[in-house]
Design a protein around this ligand. Structure first.
Ligand code: IPM
Ligand code: MG
Length: 368
């Protein structure tokens, strides 16, 4: 019995996690892969109910769980709060406290959705890339950080881009290991022509590559070029590794190649501890989408696919993960679309209908 922590969060979070819960319960009831779930608060709802976006109780439950599934956090309601109370602090807090340094964001185009991308279908058809974003360093956490008023009355803002070579090494290793079981190509993205920190990043990645991964083809790219190449010819990439800030931006770009932000899952993994335990948080890349929250029209597939990543990466349940991925693929093949991926002449279905369709396909596949 695996212990899962479910964090619905804000906006469409409860809806998309709710649909995924149906899938989790299916496995528990009908297969030998069993899950016991608990829930916890994070983000705006946590602030409203407990006065902090990241309650201690949530951290405790997350450390006790075998893996955590998160919906999304944030919304306009909390945007004017002091920084430390904002929903995003809850998300950044859990990433930092659990040392979830490796953020895997696969951008895979389901063939039946190639037409939904804003790019030409031939550019994205068959696309399967993996963005590895470092998640606990960089501008996001670097000190000093402040905005202060200077003597002349103007204000100065400071954030710090910082990386330690050990942090670069560990994210490089994760990325090389992933590349090794994929197409053996790794592209490291930096801004080494201008920012010293990222020049060091490039040196460290190069060293690890030549020492331990001679079988993986390593290349380097400046981030401005990488953002351009991602929309010009995305299929040139296999695995991309980059820092926290660049990874945030590039992964949103990559998501649109797949047709919708509503399709992208992610895994955030910590270091494997001596007893074999590894903290892990799975979440859709899309945010809380407050504008469509509560309307039952959100796309639950990114969260369902995040659960599939959990099956794969936290538990090694490869067969079940493949089956769930195939269920999603079949649903799309059948023309089922939530409004974010709907094509011309297609009628959108609701969030819960999409959940039901995936479940139905899963039942079919498991009876085969
Ligand atoms: C993401 C999001 C978060 C980030 C926000 C919500 C703090 O954009 O997961 O990409 O910037 O990391
Ligand atoms: Mg982002």
């Amino acid at each position: 019995m695996k212990k899962l922590l479910l964090i619905e969060g804000d906006g469409i979070g409860p809806e998309v996690v709710g649909q995924t819960k149906k899938i989790i319960d299916f496995f528990t009831k009908n297969t030998d892969k069993k899950f016991e779930t608990e829930s916890a608060l994070l983000g705006g709802i946590a602030y409203d109910q407990t006065g902090t976006p990241f309650p201690q109780e949530t951290l405790k439950l997350a450390t006790q769980a075998d893996a955590t599934l998160l919906g999304a956090v944030g919304g306009p309601k909390w945007e004017s709060l002091e920084y430390k109370y904002r929903p995003e602090r809850g998300l950044l807090g859990i990433r930092k406290e659990l040392s979830l340094f490796a953020n895997l964001r696969p951008a895979k185009v389901f063939n039946s959705l190639a037409e939904s991308s804003t790019l030409k279908p031939e550019i994205v058809k068959g696309l399967d890339i993996m963005i590895v974003r470092e998640l606990t360093g960089d501008l996001y956490f670097g000190e000093p950080r402040y905005v202060k008023t200077l003597q002349d009355g103007s204000r100065q803002g400071v954030n710090t881009m910082t990386y330690n070579s050990k942090e670069v090494e560990r994210i490089a290793k994760v990325s090389f290991d992933l590349a090794r079981v994929r197409n053996k190509k790794l592209c490291s993205v930096d801004k080494a022509n201008v920012i010293e920190t990222t020049e060091m990043w490039r040196e460290v990645v190069t060293e690890i590559g030549s020492k331990d991964y001679p079988d993986v083809m390593l290349s380097h790219m400046y981030v401005d070029n990488a953002s351009m190449q991602l929309v010009r010819n995305p299929k040139q990439f296999d695995v991309i590794v980059t820092g926290n800030m660049f990874g945030d931006i590039l992964s949103d770009t990559a998501s649109m190649l797949t047709g919708s932000l509503g399709m992208l899952p992610s895994a955030s993994l910590g270091e494997k501890q001596k007893d074999g335990k590894q903290f892990a948080l799975y979440e859709p890349v899309h945010g809380s989408a407050p504008d469509i929250a509560g309307k039952n029209i959100a796309n639950p597939l990114a969260t369902i696919l995040s659960f599939s990543m959990m099956l794969r990466y936290s538990f090694g349940y490869i067969h079940e993960a493949d089956m769930l991925d195939l269920a999603v693929e079949n649903v799309l093949e059948l023309g089922m679309r939530t409004s974010d991926i709907v094509g011309i002449n297609q009628k959108p279905i609701s969030c819960s209908q999409m959940g039901d369709c995936v479940l139905e396909q899963l039942i079919k596949l498991s009876n085969k």
